[in-house]
Design a protein around this ligand. Structure first.
Ligand SMILES: *[C@@H]1O[C@H](CO)[C@@H](O)[C@H](O)[C@H]1NC(C)=O
Ligand SMILES: *[C@@H]1O[C@H](CO)[C@@H](O)[C@H](O)[C@H]1NC(C)=O
Ligand SMILES: *[C@@H]1O[C@H](CO)[C@@H](O)[C@H](O)[C@H]1NC(C)=O
Ligand SMILES: *[C@@H]1O[C@H](CO)[C@@H](O)[C@H](O)[C@H]1NC(C)=O
Ligand SMILES: CC(=O)N[C@H]1CO[C@H](CO)[C@@H](O)[C@@H]1O
Length: 575
């Protein structure tokens, strides 16, 4: 406490922002050689210099490797149950606007081109102009008779005819009218007031569709808003398949598009174990720590072997050591506070364990199907024995927030999302305390080929795609930078992949359901009072507001449970 107050007085500095630096199945499978192209027919990537523009088609820095063979992974086609779908990234520009949408740069509408034999388009694709072209839309082929039908007609949903927006011509957005028992999957965009031919797209039989919702904002003008779409129900078991279609909301009226559904839960497109290894080799991230970082990750085994203790409620004075694989940790059950882990009691051992063991640290991987097994998510978990304390930076002063933000046993993750059509990395999820963000592959920093770069924030270990001062929520700041680095590919272990059956044996520590650190061991309001003792009105209010807005995970009130007991283990990420 004395530390906090003298610290406040000593550090009369700048800026009203807080820095929480805590912060295999054998299947036969029709292999389809797709034209490998993200280039629209009307676009010319090489002729343009502006990277952050749709005029550039994004490609991963290195060509994709040849994936080990087996199953239907990366075969170009996925069988949804009598309906084959293919991911078409060869896109031809139809219409573009030059204002509205993200950065007010407009958006562009495309049609899939070069469809493989027997495949039909479902609708158009759209993307904001403020990022390189990186997208696809599904096309479908009926293999069982009756899964696809032409629409009966179209309704004009919107046209730019009377709009004064900057545009390259007049655009028309059409909604297919599906026949009875079928659903429309995508809109059709044209530059002509004439209805498109009913032969242009296909609708899909009800049982092969699933509920869709709008997601990222693509574009908007005068009451019209265009969004990307995704299945409403998402997670390891969910069967909804994203289509690449855009959704339209026109003056409040939402649309009626459906996503697709892997109706028989056919997982033959998921990677087998060899393919998983190849994916990790291709895309394993590089994690950069802040130059001032003090608390590094370690392997779980190192944590156990260097003095971590298991406590039992009611027997607080009798903690026990932990076996290397966690075999003496209670298994299963729920987080009922009957047990918890803590640092060693001896001071020297404690400070040693808090620092972690970067050289021997390992990443723990959970591989799971996503979006009806048309994608593979690889969640990359890191364990940090200790999450450092928070610091606040307010106008005129730097303030250590006492113990606020500190906790023992910090589990953090990033998730790679990979297309099972071709094995291409689509994006990475960066977990940031209780939330996080998805970043498209086109917006990532890469190193050593196609390995994404991740920045772990000082003390708090939240993941960011960029170095610098990252703002999170209402003024929480997590500084990142290029200090030490951890190459995930150098030491990882696949700890779970339920779909692979008995191939992967889960370590006992994974099934320990209780907390990896003690419950909050300090009183926040007391800590806060100490911090505020030397502050007057405005600053006091600012500090209070900032601390109040801290997510529970940062406050340490919610004890950290292991990866398997977090929502995103079986669900989708929050973002
Ligand atoms: C899954 O799809 C593959 C590829 O089309 C097919 O060979 C296999 O029979 C399907 N499995 C089931 C259980 O339907
Ligand atoms: C694409 O750009 C190259 C280089 O500037 C140019 O030679 C070529 O004619 C362009 N192609 C098209 C279709 O515009
Ligand atoms: C833009 O693209 C060029 C060529 O692909 C690359 O060399 C350059 O580093 C990129 N610039 C940025 C800012 O990403
Ligand atoms: C890899 O991680 C394991 C823990 O899973 C650790 O024991 C081993 O020392 C690490 N190896 C290297 C080369 O870092
Ligand atoms: C507010 C604060 O502490 N900012 C620091 C963020 O990290 C950089 C190094 O990457 C420092 O230079 C800043 O002082």
């Amino acid at each position: 406490m004395a530390y906090i107050s003298s610290h406040i007085l000593k550090n009369l500095l700048v800026s009203c922002i807080i820095l929480v630096s805590a912060l295999a199945v054998r299947v036969s499978c029709s292999n389809l050689q797709l034209k490998d192209s993200t280039m629209g027919d009307n676009l010319n990537a090489t002729s343009l210099l502006d990277n952050a523009s749709i005029k550039n088609a994004f490609r991963l820095p290195s060509p994709l490797p040849t994936w080990p063979s087996g199953g239907c992974f990366a075969s170009g086609v996925i069988d949804l149950g009598g309906l084959h779908v293919s991911q078409i990234s060869s896109l031809s520009k139809v219409w573009s606007t030059n204002e509205g949408g993200p950065d007010d740069l407009g958006s562009t509408f495309f049609e899939p081109s070069n469809l493989p034999d027997g495949f039909f388009m479902f609708g158009s694709y759209s993307q904001p102009n403020n990022m390189p072209l990186f997208g696809w839309t599904l096309a479908g082929k009926d293999t069982s008779g009756g899964t696809l039908k032409m629409p009966k007609d179209y309704t004009l949903v919107w046209s730019s005819q009377n709009s004064k927006i900057k545009q390259d011509s007049v655009g028309y957005i059409w909604l297919p009218t599906p026949p009875e028992g079928y659903k429309a999957i995508g809109y059709v965009v044209t530059t002509s007031p004439q209805k498109p031919s009913v032969d242009k797209v296909r609708c899909v039989r009800d049982d092969l569709t699933d509920a869709c919702e709008s997601h990222d904002w693509i574009w908007g003008t005068n009451g019209l808003n265009v969004y990307s779409s995704r299945p409403r129900d998402r997670g390891m078991q969910a069967l909804g398949v994203p289509t690449g279609a855009f959704m339209v909301q026109n003056n409040g009226a939402a649309d009626a598009l459906a996503c697709l559904k892997n109706v028989e839960a056919n997982r033959s497109a998921m990677p087998n174990f060899n393919q998983v290894q190849a994916l990790v080799k291709a895309y394993s991230p590089l994690i950069y720590f802040h130059p001032d970082e003090e608390y590094y990750p370690s392997s779980v085994t190192w944590f156990f072997q260097n003095g971590a203790l298991l406590y039992t409620k009611g027997q607080e004075s009798l903690p026990v050591g932990i076996q290397p694989t966690g075999s003496n940790l209670p298994q299963g059950g729920s987080n009922d506070c009957a047990y918890w882990l803590d640092l060693p009691t001896d001071d020297a051992a404690k400070s040693n364990v808090k620092k972690g063991d970067l050289l021997g640290a390992a990443a723990y991987l959970h591989v799971k199907p996503m979006f009806g097994a048309t994608y593979t998510d690889i969640a990359v978990w890191l364990f940090y024995p200790f999450n450092g304390p928070a610091k606040a930076k307010l106008e005129f002063m730097t303030i250590a927030l006492g113990k606020i933000g500190e906790h023992v046993g910090d589990w953090e993750h990033v998730t790679l999302r990979i297309s099972n059509f071709n094995g291409e990395l689509q994006g990475v999820y960066f977990s940031q305390h209780s939330g996080g963000i998805w970043v498209s592959a086109s917006q990532l920093e890469f190193q050593n080929g196609n390995k994404p770069v991740v920045y772990s924030s000082l003390h708090g270990h939240a993941a960011y795609p960029k170095p610098g001062n990252n703002l999170q929520g209402s003024g929480i700041r997590n500084d990142t930078g290029k200090g030490k680095v951890m190459d995930i590919g150098a030491n990882f272990s696949v700890i779970a992949a339920e779909y692979l059956g008995s191939t992967i044996v889960e370590p006992p520590w994974l099934n320990y359901a209780r907390e990896w650190g003690p419950k909050i061991s300090y009183d926040i309001s007391k800590e806060l009072k100490e911090v505020e003792r030397f502050m007057i009105g405005k600053l006091k209010k600012a500090i209070e507001r900032i601390v109040r807005d801290l997510p529970n995970e940062v406050l340490g009130e919610e004890g950290p449970t292991g990866p398997k007991f977090k929502d995103m283990w079986s669900g989708d990420e929050r973002g």
